[in-house]
Design a protein around this ligand. Structure first.
Ligand code: 3SL
Length: 233
C-alpha cells in the first residue's frame, strides 16, 4: 500500500523526499481555494510566482494578475487572492500570474515533486480520486503562515488522510495528528477555523465570506496540476 504523509509547514520540507512523491500543496485560506475557483471558472493556465515583481513582468506578456500582500490585493493587479474576485472575472481561456504570501511560495518549494497537485476543501473528493488514480506515495504540504503551521491547512490535510484511509497508509505522526484534529472539528469547521489567527486577519479585511466559501467541500471537480511552469487542469 502506498503512503500519505503530511508536512505541516514548508520549513519542514527538507525532512521529506519530495522528488519521489506526489505533492499536494494546500493553502485553504485562500491561495489554493482561489486557484481552484479560477480553474473552475474557465482559466486556462496559471503561473504561480513567488514575488510581486514576477507578476508585474508577466502582466507585460498579457497575463492577468492576481495576488495579495498582507491579505490585500496588490495595487495594479486585476484580482486579489479571493475566490469571489476570480469567479466574477472573465477568465475563460486566459493566463493568470499569481503571487501570495505563503501559497505560491509553497508551490515554488515543491516543484521537484514527481507530480504537484493543488488541493483545498473545494475539490477534496476530486483530489482524493486523482491521488488514488496516480497511486504513488503522497505528501500533503501545508503552506502554513510565514513558516509556522496553521490549523486550517492541517485540518484539510486530515480530511484528505481520512478520505484516503482505505487506499493509503498514513505515515508519521503529522498525518495522524491532522486526521485526529479533523475528526474532532469536522462537524463545525467554520466554528473551529474562525478562531484561527488567519481567520482573525481575514475578518479585519472583511473577508469572512471568502472564508466561508473556502470551507465548502466538493464545490468543484477540477484538480490543478503543475505542467512545466504552469498550473493547468
Ligand atoms: O498566504 C497566502 O498565500 C494567502 O492565501 C494569504 S491571504 O488569505 O490572502 O491573506
Amino acid at each position: 500500500m502506498k503512503t500519505i504523509e503530511v508536512c505541516l509547514t514548508p520549513e519542514l520540507l527538507h525532512q521529506h523526499s519530495i522528488v519521489e512523491k506526489v505533492a499536494v500543496v494546500v493553502d485553504v485560506l485562500r491561495a489554493s481555494s482561489t486557484m481552484i475557483t479560477a480553474f473552475a471558472h474557465g482559466l486556462e493556465r496559471l503561473m504561480p510566482v513567488a514575488y510581486v515583481e514576477g507578476c508585474v513582468a508577466l502582466q507585460r506578456l498579457d497575463y492577468l494578475s492576481a495576488g495579495e500582500r498582507d491579505g490585500a490585493k496588490v495595487e495594479g493587479f486585476n484580482f486579489g487572492n479571493s475566490p469571489y474576485d476570480v469567479m466574477h472575472g472573465d477568465l475563460q481561456g486566459k493566463s493568470l500570474a499569481m503571487t501570495t504570501t505563503n501559497g505560491t511560495l509553497a508551490i515554488e518549494k515543491s516543484k521537484s515533486a514527481k507530480k504537484l497537485l493543488i488541493g483545498a476543501f473545494l475539490n477534496l473528493s476530486a483530489l482524493a480520486d486523482r491521488i488514488k488514480e496516480l497511486n504513488e506515495d503522497t505528501l500533503v504540504l501545508c503552506a502554513g503562515w510565514k513558516g509556522q503551521m496553521n490549523l486550517e491547512d492541517t485540518l484539510f490535510a486530515g480530511a484528505l488522510v481520512a478520505q484516503l484511509t482505505n487506499d493509503f497508509k498514513a505515515k508519521g505522526d503529522s498525518a495522524l495528528a491532522a486526521r485526529l484534529l479533523y475528526e474532532n472539528a469536522k462537524n463545525d469547521l467554520y466554528g473551529v477555523i474562525s478562531q484561527t489567527s488567519h481567520a482573525q486577519r481575514l475578518k479585519k479585511l472583511s473577508a469572512d465570506d471568502d472564508m466561508r466559501f473556502c470551507l465548502k467541500k466538493d464545490e468543484y471537480h477540477v484538480v490543478p496540476f503543475l505542467e512545466s511552469e504552469h498550473l493547468v487542469v
